[in-house]
Design a protein. Structure first.
Length: 247
């Protein structure tokens, strides 16, 4: 078992048989279970109820798979790809207009126009080019988004995010030069490492830059993230089940 999975939240009913009725019931029950676990983690960490926002990560899932969670009243969702989100969320938003949509995957500058039009929050601002593109599109569309800077706390070459030693200057650039509404920071710790030090690092960087929102923690480690001050946790498989990625 990897270090990342040891001692974390487990739920014996995460995966349900793939029939429509059972799947819908399963998603609603799993969503409620995760919300109860988040509330428990808030209490154990001495935090106020409702401090943590649950982003239900719906990447790779079709609209019909997401709908049960919407019908259960959940309204905050995360997607990795602009094009995928564009293909399913406009239809869902016709029925559920109060959805808050978060982009949690890497963003290319040529997708900035569509991203600003579709999303309410972007968690992956990580370089000057994309910061400028977002700023330009927010002005053109007269739309104000909430933005998070993504930090590559594990210094992984294959992963998006600005390096820790560059982040203070980048935050200052976004705020002072571009007047961007930077609300917080985001990280994705290396899968095979204890996430705690990465969560602590993110919280320290946020504190010294006067930021109080931390997007950190996923299905396997959101308990630890909440204990370290997460304001947003990104939970997908614990709600929607196993993903079938294309080969």
């Amino acid at each position: 078992m990897s270090k990342r999975l040891e001692g974390h939240i487990t739920n014996p009913i995460v995966f349900w048989p793939d029939c429509i009725l059972v799947r819908k019931m399963g998603i609603k029950k799993q969503l409620e279970f995760v919300k109860q676990e988040i509330a428990k983690c808030e209490r154990e960490a001495g935090r106020h109820a409702g401090d943590v926002s649950l982003i239900a990560v719906s990447k790779t899932f079709e609209a019909d798979h997401i709908r049960p969670a919407l019908e259960a009243g959940h309204r905050v969702y995360g997607e990795n790809r602009v094009q995928e989100a564009k293909g399913k969320w406009p239809e869902l938003q016709r029925d559920f207009a109060d959805v808050e949509l978060h982009l949690i995957g890497p963003l290319q500058s040529n997708k900035a126009k569509e991203a600003v039009a579709l999303f309410d929050v972007i968690h992956t601002v990580d370089r000057p080019k994309i910061a400028r593109a977002i700023r330009l599109e927010m002005e053109k569309q007269n739309k104000q988004l909430q933005l998070f800077v993504q930090i590559n706390t594990g210094n992984e070459p294959q992963k998006a995010g600005i390096l820790e030693e560059e982040v203070d200057d980048f935050i200052a650039f976004c705020r002072d030069d571009l007047s961007l509404p930077i609300k917080g920071l985001m990280c994705i710790p290396p899968f095979d490492e204890d996430p705690d030090p990465h969560f602590v690092t993110l919280a320290d960087i946020a504190k010294r830059n006067g930021l109080d929102q931390l997007s950190m923690g996923m299905s396997g480690d959101y308990d630890k993230a909440i204990a370290k001050g997460a304001s947003h946790v990104r939970v997908g498989s614990a709600i929607f089940g196993k993903r079938d990625y294309p080969l």
